[in-house]
Design a protein around this ligand. Structure first.
Ligand code: BGC
Length: 517
């Protein structure tokens, strides 16, 4: 039998595969991890603008909010209130580190299951909270759930998806994040009228996606890569045949085996990740998540109701406007699901930068002119700001939102995949924490200038996407190094003479029967 050359191993074409029902169902179930995450993002903003909640846990903010002459930009500035939102992300950073080992040692499926249990515990603690301590403890549990879920779900989907549909399937994770945010705001809208315990219903509602994920995850299968990684070769072959819907999966199977053989030689994935030949993926994966957060998206997601109240909408109007922007978020994410494997990742990222830049700049200008310290913004301008927020959110939703998760989950070689993805997840959590913790204070000090701050970052990320980000559309996940990084005008210099690279080449040049044994 001829040797498995690069071209034959997929160097020029895809492995045979159909988009099977199994892959589709497993993707949707796993993506409920995204719904848990999204629910949480959406619920905090609404709950922190509910009077019953503020009076019970943050009486100082409650009083300040009701002082008629309090400065528009500063009335919610309270470190403890921000800690309520941001504590989750601190827990998520630590737990995604643990989850990266868990994922490798026990598999993607148990990691997803652990996520649902932690999330459930957090929801119960929050709904029953009698003091701030209990509230924060609940947030920390939710954070551990988010850390485990966000580490495992995107990897899981990228590993089971056929290369041709990987983008669209992976974005189901983001799609369910956006649906979670929308549901949370609808629930907040309803519970804000239930006194005095509406906030308990809102926070307790997080239990629903956790339960669905816990039960649904019993039906999903482990990824062939993770099975092979743990020596379960026969099961891996069986699963691969099933999820691909074809009998002849030999090429893909041997490609994963090659990747595993190489991965086994790497004893310290984290040390290896720091080596020169892994730098391109590490830089791109983490920087993408940094940029995702510095679009300023979570200013809108967490604080939209607060922001709208600042502009003079009543609390009903505020929650309702948040529901409008969240619906735009869901619908625009669908655009990415359908386009990402057709027009590619880069076009979406670059177009969105232009769109977000225009929206942020005009928004900043309107607030600078019309929103002073103690006035109420004129109705027309406030409406225009809501429209601009929708333009901004839609740009984010078909680009940096989903691709911030998709690209880091598909660019790392197997030996550093969990470790590398951890850096991406924790960068996301860290920056989300920063934005959540700092935004209300920044708003108080920088005022409308905050929008120009984010606009400047959007320019930087646009330049990065144009020059430094390679296109990964349609490339099998275990062939990224050969077909993407080594050919990129800038990143190819990181591969010259690297040891792991030589080993990769030797393994790939091995005869096919040998690698299938
Ligand atoms: C981001 C979240 C953001 C959400 C909005 C996600 O991709 O990671 O921080 O709130 O998108 O849809």
């Amino acid at each position: 039998m001829p040797g498995l050359s690069m071209a034959e191993s997929g160097g020029g074409r895809d492995f045979p595969a159909k988009l099977t029902l199994q892959v589709f169902i497993c993707t949707i179930i796993a993506a409920f991890g995204g719904l848990m995450f999204g629910y949480d993002i959406g619920i905090s903003g609404g709950v922190t603008s509910m009077d019953d909640f503020l009076e019970k846990f943050f009486p100082a903010v409650y009083l300040k909010k009701h002082e008629a002459r309090e400065d528009n930009y500063c009335k919610y500035d309270n470190q403890f209130l921000q800690l309520f939102t941001s504590s989750l992300y601190l827990a998520a950073i630590v737990s995604s580190f643990i989850a990266s080992f868990f994922c490798k040692k026990f598999g993607r499926k148990p990691t997803i299951q652990a996520a649902s249990i932690f999330f459930l515990a957090g929801a119960v603690l929050n709904a029953a909270a009698v003091d701030l301590g209990m509230l924060i403890a609940g947030r920390l549990c939710l954070g551990v759930g988010v850390g485990f879920g966000n580490q495992a779900v995107p990897l899981f989907i990228s590993e089971i998806a056929p290369a041709k549909y990987r983008g669209g399937l992976n974005i189901c994770f983001q799609l369910l994040i956006t649906i979670g945010i929308l549901i949370a705001n609808l629930i907040n809208y309803a519970t804000s009228k239930v006194h005095p315990y509406g906030w308990r219903i809102s926070l307790g509602g997080a239990a629903a996606p956790a339960i669905i994920l816990a039960i649904g995850s019993l039906a999903i299968m482990e990824t062939p890569t993770s099975l092979l990684e743990r020596g379960k070769n026969e099961e891996a072959l069986r699963v691969l045949r099933k999820i691909r819907g074809v009998e002849n999966v030999d090429k893909e199977y041997s490609e994963i085996l090659n990747a595993i053989e190489l991965a086994k030689q790497v004893k310290h994935p984290y040390r290896n990740l720091m080596s020169r030949s892994n730098r391109p993926q590490l830089i791109c994966g983490t920087v993408l998540q940094f940029f995702q957060q510095f679009t300023g998206i979570n200013v809108v997601m967490f604080y939209a109701p607060v922001l709208f109240q600042t502009m003079g909408y009543g609390s009903d109007g505020s929650l309702l406007s948040a529901v409008v922007t969240d619906s735009v978020n869901v619908v625009s994410t669908l655009v990415a699901v359908f386009l990402v494997d057709i027009i590619g990742r880069k076009v979406l990222l670059i177009e969105a930068c232009l769109q977000m830049l225009v929206a942020q700049s005009i928004m900043g200008r309107i607030l600078a002119v019309h929103l002073k310290s103690t006035n109420i913004m004129p109705g027309g301008s406030a409406k225009l700001v809501v429209i601009l927020i929708c333009v901004f959110v839609s740009g984010f939703a078909w680009s940096w939102g989903p691709l911030g998760w998709l690209i880091p989950s598909e660019i790392f070689p197997l030996e550093t995949r969990s470790a590398g993805f951890f850096f991406a997840v924790s960068m996301n959590m860290f920056c989300t924490f920063l934005v959540a913790q700092a935004f209300l204070t920044m708003l108080c000090h920088m005022r409308s200038g905050i929008f120009f701050f984010f606009a400047a970052w959007i320019v930087v990320m646009g330049i990065f996407a144009i020059f430094f980000l390679p296109e990964t559309k349609g490339i099998p996940i275990d062939e990224m190094n050969e077909r993407v990084w080594k050919k990129h005008w800038f990143w190819k210099r990181y591969y010259k003479g690297s040891e792991i690279n030589k080993r990769r080449q030797e393994i790939q040049d091995k005869p096919e029967e040998e690698s299938l044994q």
